[in-house]
Every structure is written in C-alpha cells, then in structure tokens.
Design a protein around this ligand. Structure first.
Ligand SMILES: Cc1ncc(COP(=O)(O)O)c(C=O)c1O
Length: 409
C-alpha cells in the first residue's frame, strides 16, 4: 500500500466548522455522528486544490467521466453492471430519500421503515407530511438484527394494505448488519406483491467485512458475514427499487453534498427526475463532481487500506468494550459503527435511559457517543459508537467511558 496513507495520523478538526468536533465542548472526544477523522486521500486534495486555483467557478457542464466513474465503482466493488443512463445525480443521500418520498407518495400516505433505523428516515417522512409506519426488527442472540416478517405483515395491514414506499437501510445503520442476498430478496418480494417501492440507502455499502474478512481472527463474536449485495443487482425487481448511494461515507465527502441513485425503471426515473428538477437540483457542483470522480477512479487503494484499518478498530473496540461490566457488543458485518447493548451499564449507573447515559458520558467522562433510542423503540438501552478515528483517539475515548463506568458504585 502507498506508504503516505497514515490512518494513525492524529487529527483535530476543532474550529474548522466540523459538525462532529465543533458541536461538542472543548476537550470532549467526539465518537458520535458518522463522519470520519482521517486526512482525505492526497490524490483527492491534489485534484481539488488544482481546480480551486483555476479562477473560473461558472456553470459546469456535466463530465461524462463522472457518471462513468460511478458505473465503474459498481462494477469493480459490487460486481454490478449499471448503465450510465440509469444513474441520477442527487444532492445527498438524505435529501434524495426525501425526494423519493415526494415522488412516490402523497400527503398522508404511510412510509414503511424497519426499526431501529438511521434517524433522518423518520424526519424525511414526517416533514414531507407522510406517516411513519414502523416494523420493528428482532435482535437475535448474536447481536444481529433480523427482519421480522410478522411485524412487516402487521405494519402493512395496519396501514390498510397500501404503503407506496419503504425506506431500507443496507448495510444497516445503526446495527451494522450486512443483509444477505436472501433477506434482500425476501423484502423486495414482499414489496413487489404490494406494489411498494423500496428506496434503499446503500451509503455504507463499501464498508463490509465479509468475504476476505470472513474469519478476521476475531476473539469476539460478530464480524464476517456476507459481502455487500446491492439492490441494483436484482433486475427482476427494477420496477420496485431505487438505489441511493454516494461516495460521502467511504471518502468522507459529507460536506460536498453529492449522491447518486441507480434507477432502472423508466417510470420511476421520470418521477424522480421531475422532483429533482422542481427541487432545483441539476448536477453536483464543480468540486463535488470532481471529488466523486477522483475518489472512484484514483483512491480505491486508499479506501482498501482504510477499510482494513477500520476493521481492526472495530475489533479492538469490541474487545475493550466487552470487558466493561454492563456492556455487550459485537463486531459489525458492515459500517464503521459499533452497536452496543448498554442496558446493564444504564442500570448500574442509575441512569434513567440511554439518553441520560450518553448525556452524562459527554458531560462527566468527556466522550460523546449516540443513544440508541434515537433510532426507534428497539434501540432503547443501546448506544452507537463511531469507530472511524485514529485508533489512539478511539481507544482514549473508550478509556474515558471505562474509567467513568468503573467509578460508579
Ligand atoms: C444510513 C445513512 N444514510 C445517509 C447518511 C447521510 O448521507 P448524506 O450526507 O449523503 O445525506 C448517513 C450518514 O450518517 C447514514 O448513516
């Protein structure tokens, strides 16, 4: 690997306008929002700096190489062939999900989500004047969330049998599940039978530790599991699926607000195009387009090194956390997020719930993590920890948590 990639390099994004760092008090280690603490690939900063020094920032004409780079990433990373005609650039993953809600449902309609799930799913549904229809998932003994078919059936019939849209998070934030092909197929089948469209948020799709990571040498349970299967690889369901993704997580480009959708069906594509154009989204801006293209064409090696580094972080963090009485966690199959059962610690420390636990950890232990109830009822008593930081920073943050927990009666 290129030796200039140093994922151990300490970073401190305080006072840079970083949401992750500047939203917490001085001295607090931020292990919350899903943003990474690594220096961007030098190949990327080189290209963006060169473009910034060109004193022309007028309207940009879409570069064919941008769409070709996305198609090549699908081919090389997921083994899926995508026609560039079927790629729609979007203004970010969450705004694109909001656009799907507006394109495929009308005011008052229900939109299905399997909980716990990434919190903005609830927001884009409610703020569009639609109703959240929840199908809670089950947690199996190995710390994995699994679809609850009966809950899905119940949710569908409670909504009068018609739910035009489901938002699906794959891989799963916060639980870290990488859904197996059969599970995705069963969901698509369920949707097709009910004329439901599935908008799949696959923004974490590059962070999977299956395949070559399967054994991992891990001394804690979890990890491994299936490789990533994109919903774009089920041609039989094209009329029921839109796939939303982007380079934002893999290359930490959240501040550039670019994403893309793969939509093979003409009718779905036309509806989305119309919502995109009335929402005034034409193309990513000059820097976003160039960044996505550069990451997908020049930074695959950086990403492969990063994923290996994060996988080791997840293992080290899981071993460490499991030694703290009252916490139980697992190495996730995907994402850079650890999902931990903190019910024992909540009880031991006299906290009322996960919300109080994370608040006290931030105020007293100076480490900020995320409470699980934010993601829906099945998340109550759990916490989510972002492991995408240099290992020394991550372990220092977890050390603070451990010391705090130890000092409680
Ligand atoms: C599942 C999921 N979707 C979407 C996003 C945000 O993506 P974007 O910045 O492209 O809107 C995140 C960020 O944490 C996420 O975890």
């Amino acid at each position: 690997m290129n030796s200039s990639y140093d994922f151990d390099a300490p970073v401190n994004w305080r006072s840079t306008g970083s949401d992750k760092w500047d939203s917490v008090a001085e001295g607090v280690i931020p292990l919350w929002v899903a943003d990474m603490d690594f220096v961007s690939p030098p190949e990327l900063t080189g290209v963006l700096s060169a473009r910034a020094s060109l004193p022309f920032y007028g309207y940009n004409k879409r570069r064919p190489a941008y769409l070709e780079a996305i198609a090549a990433w699908y081919r090389n990373q997921y083994g899926v062939s995508v026609d560039t005609e079927d790629i729609l650039p979007g203004p970010g993953t969450v705004p694109s999900l909001g656009m799907a809600v507006r394109a495929f449902t009308k005011s008052g309609d229900g939109v299905l989500v399997m909980t716990p799930v990434y919190t903005p799913f609830f927001r884009v549904i409610r703020e569009s004047g639609r109703k959240v229809v929840e199908a809670p998932m089950e947690l199996d003994g190995g710390g994995r969330f699994v679809f609850d078919r009966a809950a899905l059936e119940r949710a569908a019939s409670a909504a009068g049998g018609t739910i035009p849209l489901a938002l699906f998070c794959s891989p799963h934030n916060p639980g870290g599940r990488v859904w197996a092909k059969e599970e995705i197929q069963s969901l698509l089948d369920f949707a097709q039978k009910r004329n439901m469209i599935v908008a799949a948020d696959e923004i974490h799709g590059d962070f999977v530790y299956g395949g070559s990571f399967a054994s991992g040498g891990s001394s804690v349970s979890g990890g491994g599991g299936p490789g990533f299967v994109s919903t774009a690889s089920f041609p039989g369901y094209a009329g029921n699926v839109i796939t939303v993704s982007g380079a934002n997580k893999s290359f930490n480009l959240g501040g550039l607000h670019a994403s893309h959708m793969v939509v093979r069906d003409k009718t779905l594509k036309a509806k989305l195009r119309s919502v995109l154009s009335t929402g005034a989204h034409h193309d990513p801006d000059i820097f976003a387009e160039l960044a996505v293209e550069t990451c997908y064409t020049k930074c695959a090696e950086w990403f492969a090194g990063l994923r290996l580094y994060i996988r080791k972080n997840l293992e080290a963090a899981a071993v460490f956390l499991n030694a703290i009485p009252g916490i139980k966690t697992w190495v996730p199959g995907g994402t850079y997020l650890l999902w931990a059962d903190a019910r024992g610690l909540i009880e031991k420390t006299g906290c009322e719930n996960d919300g109080e636990l994370v608040r006290r950890l931030e105020e007293e232990a100076k480490v900020k993590i995320t409470g699980g109830s934010m993601y829906g009822k099945p998340g109550e008593g759990f916490v989510r920890i972002n492991a995408a930081s240099p290992r020394s920073l991550l372990m220092e943050g977890l050390g603070r948590l451990e010391a705090w927990a130890k000092n409680k009666p």
